[in-house]
Design a protein around this ligand. Structure first.
Ligand SMILES: NC(=O)c1ccc[n+]([C@@H]2O[C@H](COP(=O)([O-])OP(=O)(O)OC[C@H]3O[C@@H](n4cnc5c(N)ncnc54)[C@H](O)[C@@H]3O)[C@@H](O)[C@H]2O)c1
Ligand SMILES: CC(C)=CCC/C(C)=C/C=C/C(C)=C/C=C/C(C)=C/C=C/C=C(C)/C=C/C=C(C)/C=C/C=C(\C)CCC=C(C)C
Length: 613
């Protein structure tokens, strides 16, 4: 038996619509109540099936902790696990330790990490399934990954396998299929480079294309390894929590100093120290572009070090059944830890009381309260939409000066006849046909994922999935009539597919069995990301990662998580942001050690460092 008190969630019904039977909590008798249709929706969308509700009605209690509550819901369901809420609730408007807005990987990792530390968490997701850009959808027997299928941090070794660790924390383990080639680059001047999992094989292939730069290649990638090895030796937690940070400096001084040294640097500058060949430098740009949507001169060296080595250390591993399984497992794990996740829960406002974030309001009017609020919406959406009407804090103004929204993507999800792919086709390809200058231009380069090369269960027999995507801005898709929009989608998609047909797979156009095209508007609609942005990118040349904000915000009780937080775009990156956020929030909730004095000193120092970026 569980129960939950609400200050005024269920006011007395005025207009009848539904007859629902509840069991009266004090008399133990069946009670028939007529409640409006809208309230019925509220009750069922709380996550408790109607049949399991035992009572909804006025509270008749002499318990002083419940004196401000007007209504009570009792449920035999364990899904909501409400007992704790009563204990903490009772009119104090504080039912949860943390509310997470959004269930992308960033939000889910923060939620699950907090739940295992003993916090009572409520995750609110606008869409019908968890995962955001790491979600999935099914059509005609195909299971499509919404976004990327290149999974870093998903191996069984080291400290940087944050996806594996996040799943393990809630008792989940997913079988994976190792990808022998992270990506096959098809570049101008017929430069073809396969990034083999085996580091020596990759270096041999790259040096065979640039024999005169062998030394430069080795030196550049060795610097990447220095960073990776330092990162991999640390226990990863919040860099905004001084007891942990100083502890790491004490335990691993060399590694921490190495990271501090590289923190304000970019990959392109380091590459130029060793490499002179312009084509090889463009190759390094392409290496960086696929993980940062900008060239090497704008890509933080720490991020480059992380991804350019993890692919060889732990390797890229694809989850059996598709990427969507990761979010599903985390959401399941969250509930099993006694926390909750609600879908179709569109947060429209963060409620501020005396300068502190205390709750959220949904588009259907429901309100939820917690000691801390964590937003997995982008910083632009959090401060521009969920906090509209409030002044933009100086820190956010600085962030918006230093970072702009990266463009979105045009995505083509296709099912094709298997024969069209030559034997031994790689799973991931990056295509830029003739002109290096087009690397960062909209529709300039093409990303291609064929996850069925690794997991054939994702498509009907005799078929492959092709997920093709290319950068595109929302401005290109606005102001069109429905018909014009559909025609443009068809036209642009066919041009991209024809380019792939010419470069990689003759006969591709005529082998299509299923095709669906998403534009930046689709990304905006389904991922609730302003302009459908892929994430933040630096406005100019950044000082490495120095300017990237962590998880705390200028508003007390409000934290951000996801790709507009340190260290930026990428599933593994947002997973790290989730780990950091959960640690900082747990310290503020009293679930982890904290020192208020050191907190003030460190947070001020970090704020000051950001202004130098
Ligand atoms: N587009 C791609 O190709 C792709 C694919 C996979 C992963 N990624 C990576 O994932 C990163 C993003 O991960 P993330 O965790 O930061 O975010 P995300 O965008 O994946 O997830 C955010 C979630 O929050 C929900 N949400 C947003 N506003 C909401 C609101 N007001 N109320 C309720 N729910 C709301 C969205 O519906 C979404 O599910 C990107 O940087 C990218 O690198 C991208
Ligand atoms: C605090 C201070 C000031 C100082 C101190 C010092 C220290 C200690 C420091 C430390 C640091 C740290 C720990 C850091 C960390 C970092 C990290 C973890 C990072 C990470 C990163 C990652 C990333 C960036 C990733 C990314 C990825 C991506 C984006 C991906 C993508 C993919 C795709 C798109 C796909 C492609 C496809 C095809 C080709 C098809």
């Amino acid at each position: 038996m569980a129960e939950l008190c609400f200050p005024c969630l269920f006011p007395s019904p005025h207009n009848s619509a539904h007859l629902i039977t509840f069991k009266h909590h004090s008399h133990g008798v069946q009670l028939k109540r007529i409640i409006p249709r809208s309230q019925k929706r509220r009750i069922s969308s709380l996550g408790t099936p109607e049949s399991k509700l035992l009572h909804v009605g006025p509270l008749e209690s002499s318990n002083p902790r419940q004196k401000n509550c007007k209504f009570i819901v009792r449920s035999s369901s364990s899904v909501l696990n409400l007992d704790k809420a009563v204990e903490r609730g009772g009119g104090e408007k504080c039912y949860y330790d943390a509310i997470i807005i959004g269930s992308g990987i960033g939000g889910l990792v923060a939620a699950t990490q907090l739940a295992v530390k003993g916090a009572k968490v409520l995750a609110l997701e606008k869409y019908v399934i968890p995962g955001g850009s790491s979600g999935y959808y099914e059509r005609n027997g195909y299971t499509f990954d919404v976004g990327s299928s290149v999974m870093f941090g998903f191996s069984d070794k080291g400290n940087l396998n944050l996806i594996t660790q996040a799943l393990e924390a809630v008792g989940c383990e997913m079988p994976v299929i190792p990808d022998p080639t992270t990506v096959h680059f098809n570049l101008p001047n017929n430069l073809s480079v396969r990034v083999h999992k085996e580091y020596s094989q990759f270096i041999a292939e790259l040096t065979s294309k640039f024999p005169h730069e062998k030394e430069g290649i080795l030196k550049f990638y060795s610097e990447c390894w220095k960073i990776f090895n330092s990162l991999n030796s640390l226990e990863l937690k919040s860099l905004e929590e001084p007891i942990y940070l100083f502890g790491q400096f004490f335990k691993k001084p060399l590694e921490c100093l190495t990271l501090a040294y590289y923190l304000p640097q970019n990959a392109g500058d380091i590459a130029r120290k060793y490499i002179k060949d312009p084509q090889l430098l463009s190759f390094i740009d392409a290496e960086c572009f696929i993980v940062s949507t900008v060239n090497a001169l704008q890509t933080p060296m720490i991020n480059a070090g992380m991804v350019l080595c993890d692919r060889h250390y732990g390797g890229i591993n694809y989850p059996v059944g598709g990427v969507g399984g990761i979010a599903k497992s985390l959401a399941k794990g969250l509930v099993e830890q006694g926390s909750e996740i609600l879908y179709k829960a569109n947060v429209t406002n963060i409620i501020i009381d005396q300068g502190r974030a205390v709750g959220v309001r949904l588009s259907d009017g429901r309100e939820f309260f917690a000691k801390t609020i964590i937003s997995n919406a982008t910083r632009w959406d959090t401060f521009g939409k969920l906090l509209k009407g409030n002044d933009l804090p100086k820190e956010e103004e600085n962030f918006q000066k230093a970072y702009v929204k990266a463009p979105s993507f045009l995505s083509i999800h296709m099912g094709v006849k298997a024969e069209v792919l030559p034997p031994d086709t790689d799973c991931h390809h990056f295509v830029l046909e003739s002109d290096w200058k087009r690397l960062e231009e909209p529709y300039g380069s093409i990303f291609l994922s064929i996850p069925t090369v690794l997991d054939s269960s994702l498509a009907p027999q005799g078929r492959h999935i092709l997920h093709i995507f290319t950068t595109s801005s929302i401005e290109d898709w606005e102001g069109l009539s429905r018909k014009e929009y559909e025609e443009k989608k068809e036209l642009v998609a066919n041009e991209i597919i024809s380019r792939l047909e010419k470069k990689l797979f003759p006969g591709l156009l005529s082998s299509i069995d299923f095709k669906e095209v998403g534009t930046p508007k689709t990304h905006r609609r389904y991922l609730a990301r302003d302009k459908g942005t892929y994430g933040p990118m630096p406005r100019g040349t950044p000082k490495g990662l120095l300017g990237m904000p962590f998880n705390t915000t200028a508003i007390d009780g409000l934290y951000c998580v996801g790709d507009s937080c340190f260290p930026g775009q990428g599933v593994i990156a947002v997973a790290f942001s989730g780990v950091m956020c959960a640690h900082r929030v747990a310290a503020d909730l009293g679930l982890e050690k904290k020192s208020p004095l050191l907190d003030t000193v460190l947070l001020r120092t970090l704020g000051w460092l950001r202004t130098l970026a």
